[in-house]
Ligand binder design. Structure first.
Ligand code: 5GP
Length: 206
């Protein structure tokens, strides 16, 4: 395995998917893991790009067939990460980024303790509520569920390695890019992937 695994989590409405999209548009060699969900498609979402939108029956069949790295029921719908996509991307890419809820992050941590865990916070609860309302994609009920769930998600913040507060999208994108790149440059990761150190072995160089 050569690539690094990044797990991005945080309350719904904190801006995770926008930040990930922006960061990956500006970096080479990273891939985003498109999740499976039973949630209804929102206006503007593209099947296969934002999610693979599947029926509950298909989801359960895939779950039985062990096709998921992790799965969770989040805000009343099912979501899951494709096992084969992540395993393949870890062989082929520098980094694979997942956008999952905190249950998903915890599940992945038991399997990939060395992955990088990143939590995105909104500036305040008021701000979170405003963003969810402004997005215009959720019903009143769904907004309420998401705000209630945010509390328990934030209570798990300690399992994460990096915490970003999304005050402003460009600044937060830069911060996320820094985290993705910093992990790549860590001595133990750098050595394996980016450079043939044998060039500099004594007796080889000159
Ligand atoms: P949304 O419905 O707003 O797109 O996503 C709701 C929540 O589901 C978000 O917190 C998102 O991170 C989470 N989510 C998306 N994909 C997955 C997944 O594959 N697994 C898990 N556990 N959570 C996911």
């Amino acid at each position: 395995m050569t690539g690094l695994l990044y797990v991005v989590s945080g309350p719904s409405g904190a801006g995770k998917s926008t930040l990930i999209k922006n960061a990956l548009n500006s970096l080479n060699g990273f891939s985003f893991s498109v999740s499976y969900t039973t949630r209804a498609k929102r206006e503007g979402e593209i099947d296969g790009k934002d999610y693979f939108f599947v029926s509950l029956e298909t989801f359960m069949k895939m779950r039985e067939n062990n096709e998921f790295l992790e799965w969770a029921k989040v805000h009343g719908n099912y979501y899951a990460t494709s096992k084969s996509f992540v395993e393949r991307s870890l062989q082929e890419c520098k980094g694979v980024v997942l956008d999952v809820d905190v249950q998903g992050a915890l599940n992945i941590k038991s399997r990939y303790p060395k992955a990088t865990y990143i939590f995105i916070l909104p500036p305040s609860p008021k701000d979170l509520e405003e963003r969810l309302k402004k997005r215009g994609t959720e019903t009143e009920d769904s907004i309420e569920t998401r705000l209630k769930d945010a509390e328990s998600e934030i209570s798990q913040i300690d399992i994460f390695d990096y915490i970003l507060v999304n005050y402003e999208i460009l600044e937060a994108t830069k911060q996320l890019m820094s985290v993705l790149v910093t992990q790549q440059l860590k001595k133990e990761n750098f050595k394996e992937r980016d450079f043939n150190f044998s060039f500099f072995k004594k007796g080889v160089m000159f």
